[in-house]
Design a protein around this ligand. Structure first.
Ligand code: MTE
Length: 332
């Protein structure tokens, strides 16, 4: 097992001294050269054709198009600027996704391009004093955006480090003012059976739409974040455009993508995976290395950072994914 190396204070990563947009654009430029056959290809991941010296494959072109999105220039929040692992390469993160509405394998980044993000609205409703339906642009303007570098740990025991752009969930809580009766919050993902056709064997038997939930204290925690961007630009469809949840101390399935509705409630809402199998997927779903999933250990994880191809290092999993100082008191 590789032990996690604690970096020294003087080890400042490049993304801390370069504005995010310039930094990621430079990374993309280097990767484009790689995709064009200069250097090793990063593309065997997810069955894509590798770029060749004579031109890009169709899937490389489609992948680049899916990641080529309007930039968002924001400052990094220094409190969440660094973790002791490198940021995962954008093209790796952008084609190793879970988004069951579009399929049940790790090749869904292309199918997810069907997601219609135009004129997106998010309804905030339930036990709040100020219910409101936000246009996505209003949300982005009303709540100051920032970049946060977070660890990401999937329940399937793989992990990444991702540079999200968004705003703290507690800012939305302050805007809509939940009533005293509000104890839980439910988040609903976009669902349209004409578009989100998913794996065929799932049709009719899965509890669509995808929903997730938090206790209101969890939503008010400093770490809880709504992402509208990643890698210095708008959120790609495969990552859950245009709005998704990011709760880095919990397994990745808690992070509902492409949110259309947020409802404040008095009782714990039903959630997608927990409804499917409450034994395997708890409502709380905090990262707990000592508590094995019924079918595999959670003590270690495959940390996916850079190519070429899909490669990883085995790392120890940390309680609360390393965020205990922020959240442990919620579960005392
Ligand atoms: N949200 C929706 N709507 N549908 C999904 O299938 N998968 C979850 C989560 N959010 C999922 C979802 C799971 S299991 C994981 S690990 C993360 O999204 C993956 O996020 P990523 O593809 O951006 O890495």
């Amino acid at each position: 097992m590789t032990l996690i190396r604690i970096p020294q204070a003087w080890e400042i990563s490049e993304n801390q001294i370069t504005p995010p947009r310039l930094y990621y654009n430079r990374r993309r430029f280097i990767k484009t050269l790689i995709g064009a056959g200069i250097g090793a290809s990063v593309l065997p991941l997810a069955g894509c054709q590798a770029g060749t010296a004579v031109g890009k494959s169709a899937s490389q072109t489609a992948l680049e198009a899916s990641l080529d999105l309007p930039p968002i220039d924001v400052a990094q929040n220094p409190k969440f600027a660094k973790v002791n692992r490198p940021i995962t390469t954008e093209e790796i993160a952008g084609q190793y996704n879970n988004f069951y509405e579009y399929g049940g394998n790790k090749k869904i980044w292309l199918d997810a391009q069907k997601l219609p993000t135009e004129n997106w609205q998010v309804e905030v409703t339930g036990l709040v004093k100020n219910p409101r339906t936000y246009d996505i642009d209003d949300l982005k303007q009303q709540f100051p955006l920032e970049e946060r570098i977070y660890r990401f740990r999937c329940v399937e025991a793989w992990s990444m480090v991702l540079p999200w752009i968004g705003f703290p969930m507690k800012a939305l809580i302050e805007a809509v003012e939940p009533t005293a009766k509000a104890k839980f919050v439910s988040f609903t993902s976009f669902y349209d059976p004409e578009i989100t056709t998913g794996p065929t064997f799932h049709l009719g038997s899965l509890p669509w739409p995808y929903t997730e939930g938090l206790r209101i204290e969890e939503m008010a925690n400093d770490l809880a974040f709504f992402a509208v961007g990643i890698y210095g630009h708008d959120l790609p469809k495969q990552h859950g455009a245009p709005l998704r949840m990011v709760t880095p101390w919990k397994y990745g399935f808690k992070g509902a993508k492409s949110i259309v509705k947020i409802e404040f409630m008095a009782t714990q809402p039903a959630t997608y995976w927990n409804t499917l199998d409450p034994n395997e997927y708890k409502f709380e779903a905090n990262v707990e290395p000592d508590v094995p999933h019924p079918r595999w250990s959670q003590a270690t994880e495959k940390f996916i950072s850079t190519g070429p191809g899909l490669s990883w290092e085995i790392k120890e999993t940390l309680p609360y994914n390393g965020y205990g100082e922020y959240v442990a008191s919620l579960y005392a």
